[in-house]
Design a protein around this ligand. Structure first.
Ligand code: PLP
Length: 397
């Protein structure tokens, strides 16, 4: 670990996002195998990570993409996905964006409101005569007992109106999209609602597909209970099979698929002691890993030292602080780590999801590079930014 981390930082600089391709492929295979239902299509939620090289690993594994925004679709197409492999399940597009999505050729769209459906149908009709495939439309579900207090979705009592709006444009509502809420490791929260979701979908006369959207958790704490994919996959497959209809199943894992393959490496640049607490400054910032300050939560931080040093050194309460004076610039608080020295490398684990994707230029720190590790090979998959990026699009008068 130490030698590899040193080699990577010496080659590409610090801080550095590192993605482990074998870990990603194993996770993809594990999730894929967990759902035996024969008409299953797995779609990676690009919102969590939009790096083209990583998207291509999903594509090579036979997954499609779940797009939250037109930007997700754009990245998916650039990564080589066919429009038919991209499912759009987002919110609040304007008519120009609707037209763009249709022109790109995306054929499966799960819409969030009656107003979005109306707008979609208008745009679709204005494009009549141009060459585009007939879209497959679904509704995102809002069922307070199941989806909780959510801004997303259409209630079942609105289904008849939705069906009529689609029919007037020569379209049918053939899908139901269900989103459980974000990052849940409690598998029963998913399995207990399967029947209700399927019963609701069956009220759509032309029901052909169920999109069981994201929200699948990832166990960020070492040893914390993980989402039980085999249990979920078995129950969902069994319930769909007994309904006696040939329904397509779309499943959209995001963080569950990508979180574990990503690590952010950083170097220690300062150490001070406040009584028994070690206050460590590193050459990265919360702006490079914004998810902690936005979503909260925890990412395991380890030190890249010789194994002997790690096992034999006493541990100290440690705060890992970013390279700004922003008062919330902590990468980790109250970690238990050995005494660190300037030049040591730390690794922040499980940052593959919402890591680089949520990084920003807040604090005016350029973003790190990203690299892909494939067994003993490594390659650059995104350039490090330099200060010039802070001038992009600024107008000097
Ligand atoms: C519809 C949908 N599917 C999947 C995802 C990814 O979910 P998660 O963050 O739980 O992995 C999201 C996240 O925004 C989403 O909105």
């Amino acid at each position: 670990m130490l030698h590899l981390a040193q080699e990577l930082i010496n080659t590409y600089g610090s801080p550095l996002y590192v993605y482990n391709a074998p870990t990603l492929r194993e996770t993809i295979a594990r999730i894929t195998q967990a759902i035996p239902y024969p008409r299953t299509h797995l779609h990676f939620a690009t919102v969590t990570n939009g790096n083209i090289a990583l998207l291509q690993i999903f594509q090579q594994a036979g997954w499609g993409l779940h797009a939250n925004t037109p930007g997700d679709i754009y990245l998916g197409l650039k990564a080589g996905f066919l429009p038919s492999q991209i499912v759009y399940s987002g919110s609040n597009l304007n008519s120009t964006e609707m037209e763009q999505v249709l022109t790109w050729g995306v054929t499966t769209l799960n819409l969030d409101s009656i107003a979005q459906l109306q707008l979609f149908c208008q745009v679709y009709q204005t494009l009549a005569g141009t060459e585009h495939t007939i879209p497959r439309l679904g509704l995102r579900l809002n069922l307070p007992d199941v989806t909780g207090d959510s801004r997303i979705g259409v209630r079942p009592n609105e289904f008849p109106e939705a069906i009529a709006i689609a029919a007037a444009a020569g379209l049918t509502i053939s899908g139901l999209h269900f989103y459980r809420g974000t990052g849940t490791n409690a598998t029963p929260a998913f399995t207990q609602v399967i029947d209700t979701v399927i019963d609701t979908a069956q009220t759509l006369p032309d029901w052909q597909y169920l999109d069981f959207g994201g929200g699948f958790g990832y166990p960020y704490h070492n040893g914390k209970v993980a989402f039980d994919w085999p249990l979920f996959g078995a129950e969902l497959s069994q319930r769909l099979s007994i309904r006696g209809r040939e329904i397509d199943l779309i499943v959209e894992p995001g963080r569950a698929a990508i979180a574990g393959c990503g690590t952010l490496l950083a170097r220690v640049v300062s150490v001070k002691w406040q009584d028994s607490k070690q206050v460590v400054g590193v050459d990265t910032s919360i702006a490079n890993l914004a998810v902690l300050s936005v979503h909260g939560g925890y990412r395991e931080i380890i030190t890249c030292k010789e194994d002997r040093e790690v096992t034999q050194s006493p541990l100290h309460p440690t705060d890992i602080c970013g390279n700004t004076t922003y008062s919330r610039d902590y990468l980790g608080k109250n970690c238990q780590l050995p005494a660190l020295a300037i030049g040591d490398i730390i690794a922040i684990l499980d940052v593959g999801a919402y890591g680089y994707a949520m990084s920003s230029h807040f604090l005016h720190r350029p973003r790190p590079a990203e690299i892909l590790l494939d067994n003993s090979q490594h390659k650059l998959i995104r350039q490090r930014e330099y200060y010039s990026v802070l001038l992009d699009n600024q107008v000097f008068n």
